[in-house]
Design a protein around this ligand. Structure first.
Ligand SMILES: [Zn+2]
Ligand SMILES: [Zn+2]
Length: 294
């Protein structure tokens, strides 16, 4: 009697497909969960403590993304100890934007291929919705090229955070619930996380379409004043593309950069050092830098 068995190659393909689907689901699942949690808003009263919690948590997790994920890990804009870096990055994990190594890999690809077909989220090549959040559902949920984050993957604490990035989010959400009950959980954590997610997404979508261009960079990046304030300084995106290594994104006195204020406070406390700053005269006179992953 003849028996049939799946070929090993086919089994491997099916396994890889399911592995990719599961990875994608675990990646975007927490983002979707905080969105669905907002359905509870009509049943939970908004109080002055809701506003206080939102202000505090938005700074805690938002600055974790901007100072930890972005300026420290992705661009090495300042030096700090592994303990301080771990704490900043752990706070960034609570913003539910997936693991830090994955985040940095995608962001370095964005700088390397800005507004070309290889950019993971370009509103110029694709469209606004794709750049804002569509790319999260279509891009490879694995780290695309291990080499692009090799400088970070040698630190076990960062690899640990990249695997267990959901843990800080659960801790912050639990803390909000412990302090303020449903009010803290729904407004303090879920609504705040949703707002921080969309402000971060807007850097990729709005920040490459709407605003002023101080520098003629090789991409469509813009300085957007509203995003500059909402995104804690990240909205001065054209400045950032011109000089990605600078710890300061607001180059003019009127370009408020809350993340840089935090970096200055940390520097004053001697917790960070070797803070890289833009050399404005040479940036204006020289040709734009070629695309660089960091
Ligand atoms: Zn950009
Ligand atoms: Zn960047």
């Amino acid at each position: 009697m003849e028996t049939t068995s799946a070929s090993p190659v086919l089994s491997l393909t099916v396994y890889a497909r399911w592995r990719r689907r599961l990875r994608l689901a675990f990646g975007v699942g927490p983002m979707l969960a905080v969105h669905f949690a907002l359905l509870a808003i009509p049943f939970v009263e908004f109080t002055v403590w809701s506003a206080v919690a939102m202000l505090a948590v938005s700074r805690i997790i938002g600055l974790g993304i901007t100072a930890g994920f972005h300026r420290s890990l992705a661009h090495h804009s300042f030096k700090t100890s592994r303990v301080v870096r771990f704490l900043l990055v752990a706070l960034g994990c609570a913003a539910l934007q997936k693991g830090p190594l994955w985040w940095v890999a995608q962001h370095r690809l964005h700088h390397k291929h800005s507004d070309t077909a290889d950019d993971p989220h370009s509103p110029v090549v694709e469209n606004f919705l794709h750049a804002h959040l569509g790319w999260l559902f279509t891009s490879n949920p694995a780290i695309p090229d291990g080499g692009i984050v090799r400088d970070l993957a040698k630190y076990p604490e960062l690899v640990w955070l990249d695997r267990l990035w959901i843990v800080p989010g659960l801790l912050v959400a639990s803390g909000c619930y412990a302090c303020l009950g449903w009010n803290g959980l729904i407004y303090g954590y879920c609504l705040t996380a949703v707002l921080v997610l969309h402000v971060t997404f807007a850097i990729n979508s709005v920040g490459h379409l709407f605003g002023r261009r101080r520098f003629e960079t090789a991409d469509g990046s813009r300085n957007n004043a509203l995003l500059g304030i909402l995104a804690l300084g990240e909205g001065w995106h054209n400045n950032h593309h011109r000089d990605p290594r600078s710890a300061r994104h607001g180059f003019a006195w009127y370009e408020y950069d809350e993340t840089y204020v935090l970096i200055c406070i940390l520097k004053w406390c001697r917790l960070v050092w070797d803070v890289k700053l833009p050399h404005l005269a040479s940036l204006r006179s020289s040709q734009p830098l070629s695309r660089s992953p960091r």
